[in-house]
Every structure is written in C-alpha cells, then in structure tokens.
Write a protein that binds this ligand. Sequence first.
Ligand SMILES: Nc1ncnc2c1ncn2[C@@H]1O[C@H](COP(=O)(O)OP(=O)(O)OP(=O)(O)O)[C@@H](O)[C@H]1O
Ligand SMILES: [Mg+2]
Length: 235
Amino acid sequence: MLLDVQGLTITYGRNTACDAVDLTVGAGEIVTVLGANGAGKTSLLRGLQGAVPAAGGKIVFDGVDMTRLAPAARVKAGMVLVPEGRQIFVSMTVHDNLLMGAYLRSDAGGVQADIEAIYDRFPNLASRRDALASVLSGGEQQMLAVGRALVGRPRLMMLDEPSLGLSPLFVGKLFELIADLNSHGLGILLVEQNTTMALEVAARGYVLELGRVVAADTAEALSRDAALTEAYLGH
Ligand SMILES: Nc1ncnc2c1ncn2[C@@H]1O[C@H](COP(=O)(O)OP(=O)(O)OP(=O)(O)O)[C@@H](O)[C@H]1O
Ligand SMILES: [Mg+2]
C-alpha cells in the first residue's frame, strides 16, 4: 500500500474536521475523495501534508509512519500536494515557480531535465517561462501548480479541487493529464466536487460527510449509487 491512513482525526480547537478517517491509496492507483462544502476534504489533505497536526490516528506512507514528520520530510518521501486555489507565486516567473518545486532537491542537473520535460508537456508554460505567472490563465496556472508538484518527483500527488473555476476545455485537459501521469505510475489522491469526472478517472472513491467517511467503494459502484450522490454530494 502506498498510503495507509488509519483513524486520522483533524481538529481546529473544538471543531472536528476529520473524524477517524480510514483511507488507502495503492501504488499507481487513483483514489477520489468526494463530499459537499465543509465535509473536511481540504482538512484531510492538509493533515496528510502535515500543515495541520493529526489529533489522532496514523499516516503511513510506503511503510513509513509520517504522522509526526514535518511537511518537508513528507515531500521528500514523495507526498506532494497541489493545494486548493493553486497557490502559485504570481509575482514570480513561470520558471521560478517550477524551481520552487525543487526546493528539497540538490541534483541541479536532474531538476533542469525535469523542468524541460514539464515544458515539453505544457507548451503554454514553455513559451512563457520568463513571464510572470500572473499572466497565465486559470487553466495554465493549474498546469503550473501541477508542474511545480511534479518537480518534487512525487510518488503520490494529492490534488485539492483542481478543476475548480476551469473552462470545460481545461477540465478535460486536466483529467487527461491526471490519467496520463497515473499511467506512468504516479499514485493520485484527488479531491473533487466534479463528481462525474472524478469517478470516471478514479478506481475507488470515498465520500466524506461532516468529517466522516460515509461511503467507500469502487468508483463504478459509487457512480451507480444515485441515492448517495443525492444525499451527500448535493445533486
Ligand atoms: N483553519 C480553520 N480553522 C477552523 N475551522 C476550520 C479551518 N479550516 C476548516 N475549518 C472547518 O473545518 C470543516 C471542514 O472544512 P474543509 O475546508 O476541510 O472542508 P472542504 O470539504 O474542503 O470544503 P470545500 O469543499 O468548501 O473546500 C469546516 O467546518 C470548516 O469550517
Ligand atoms: Mg476544500
């Protein structure tokens, strides 16, 4: 198992955002986490990233207990988050944003090669490598955020609502990208409100409600469950 989360609890003061969540992601698997606004999806990812400490439970990545490790150690182990709202540095160039993804690497040559590979994959970024990231469209900024994460050489990429605010064209491109990265062996934990697309690309999914897992099944079974989508996903 690439990621094995057992009973993870995330709290903010007296509020419990994630309540004893059990979740796994296999090596090279795409797993989606669905749930309405406030269900605890971002809190789950921030707990996995280490931005918020676990109030209970365990996070095991590739057999190593990450629960008490700092965010940087988790990135170094291969767990990388593409955060909600992209969080790119708009006053820095596209190229410097990509370099930020390599902040824990010391192999400059390897980093350069990885960035060139990202430019090959995203020509829109290549042609703007020296421009400020603020000139990119929303979709291009999302590609930059994914590119920056890839420069960290992840084995598990966690994405928090990557399709939010993108045009249908870019949403399609984004999901193609996710499938393609996965076909090269990258494990993916995908938080989405675009339930239909997420269940199409994922092998399995979890549904969160008020911080609890209320359903966990294959993507196929979840998409067939109309009552579930109505009750918890708001449509
Ligand atoms: N920094 C914080 N301090 C206090 N409470 C928070 C904080 N962040 C989130 N919460 C609360 O935790 C709960 C879960 O929020 P979270 O952002 O994880 O939900 P979400 O599923 O990501 O929602 P959305 O779909 O709107 O992004 C909510 O009740 C929210 O108000
Ligand atoms: Mg969120």
